[in-house]
Design a protein around this ligand. Structure first.
Ligand SMILES: [Zn+2]
Length: 402
């Protein structure tokens, strides 16, 4: 697994880096087809033009790939999901898997988030096939998770709904576990927004009084938007980056700010939406303020189904520990402010498909040049995933656990 991880990490996928993404996808296709799966390429949709990454996203809308292995009489039907993009610059200095002297840790771009997780999933499926466990599975391979899954959003929703219609029992996503191995069982919803102000340009020296500053209007809107955040009530709101004006001797006629809002409850989301929309001003006079807002990742609550699935995973971890004679504690559950494709899958099915989304490797330093993976966790998490699917096939989600 370590050797394969080193090869995968050395493929520079980055964000919307088409050449690297295609190369890595073809490696994935080869592995999936070796398992007897079909491989489908689903074209990506364009992302909204007002997003910060708008122009680049409009040029390249990477596809979603779907690997599917059907079975005439499956004992379990599982939807799996992982992303092949990373946040790291393909041309940057951080490009390889470097294994520490003690052989326990390694650093590398995407080693934890989530090339390691993709290997965990693949090795688990290979082990199940080798053991003759009759699982039907669909694997969604996402190319744009790190930029919000705007391109694959519709395709992923449709796929999740189709799976639920076909009686799929669980969704498993291979984002990295928390550093202590905890499973994340609850996530907020996340939205992107843009505040755009329009004014009137004028020469600062000659016509100052004719000018209307869009930057001034934006500053006031930002002041109000900043007051919406209420972390104690489960409402996080951050503003940045900003853009406004062309030169210091021109009164700026256009200014924009982008931001991210995260809400742990539907009430918080409704409140944030109302307050952000309330910043809109003066459509017929200047300065004017326009707000764009899109909740691209709905909240992922801890449902009864999620709890059952997480408890089964905990039971599996206990079995693996007992087998290894380990004395370590039970699999812990946690709640984070992070979001991922697990949010979208569960929401697309109105919470009917329970999803756990941190079955990947133990690691940390995510999205930094110190991203690391604990190498032992590759095998541990693959065993956990394989056993979890085997237990689902044995009826572990029906009634009382075995
Ligand atoms: Zn990730």
């Amino acid at each position: 697994m370590v050797a394969e991880l080193a090869q995968d990490v050395a493929i520079p996928t980055g964000m919307r880096h088409a050449a690297g993404l295609e190369r890595y996808a073809s490696v994935m296709r080869e592995r999936f087809t070796r398992l007897g799966a079909t491989w489908e390429v689903v074209a990506g949709d364009p992302a909204p033009g007002w997003l910060r990454e708008g122009p680049a996203q409009a040029v390249v809308a990477p596809p979603m790939y779907v690997a599917r292995k059907t079975h005439p009489r499956p004992a379990a039907k599982i939807l799996l999901c992982g992303h092949i993009d990373t946040v790291h610059d393909p041309a940057g200095s951080f490009r390889e898997l470097t294994i520490a002297a003690d052989g326990r840790m390694a650093t590398g771009p995407g080693c934890a988030d989530m090339k390691g997780g993709l290997l965990v999933a693949l090795f688990a499926l290979e082990a199940l096939a080798a053991c003759g466990v009759t699982v039907e599975w669909t694997f969604a391979v996402i190319s744009d998770e790190e930029t919000g899954t705007f391109h694959a959003d519709q395709a992923l929703r449709a796929l999740a709904q189709r799976c639920v219609g076909e009686g799929y029992q669980a969704g498993l996503v291979f984002e990295p576990a928390l550093p202590d191995g905890s499973l994340v069982v609850e996530r907020p919803g996340s939205g992107q927004f843009m505040i755009e102000c329009a004014g009137r340009a004028a020469h600062v020296g000659r016509d100052f009084t004719k000018g209307i500053s869009a930057v001034q209007a934006l500053a006031e809107a930002i002041g109000s938007a900043g007051q919406i955040a209420d972390p104690a009530q489960g409402l996080i709101l951050s503003i940045g980056p900003l853009e406004g004006g062309q030169a210091t001797n021109i009164v700026p006629d256009r200014a924009r700010a982008w931001g991210n809002v995260r809400c742990f409850s539907p009430g918080a989301q409704a409140h944030a939406t109302e307050r952000l929309r309330g910043l809109e001003r003066n459509h017929h006079t200047l300065p004017s303020t326009r707000v764009e807002l899109l909740f691209n990742r709905p909240a992922k609550p801890m449902t009864a189904g999620v709890e059952r699935l997480a408890m089964l995973a905990r039971e599996c971890q206990g079995m693996l520990h007992a087998h290894a004679g380990a004395k370590s504690g039970e699999l812990a559950f946690a709640k984070t402010g992070g979001v991922c494709d697990g949010n979208n899958i569960q929401a697309a099915t109105d919470n009917r498909l329970a999803v756990i989304d941190t079955l990947g490797v133990r690691g940390g330093g995510l999205h930094t040049l110190d991203e690391w993976v604990e190498l032992d966790s590759l095998v541990e998490r693959a065993q956990l995933t394989a056993l979890l699917i085997e237990r689902i096939a044995a009826g572990g989600l029906e009634g009382s656990a075995t």
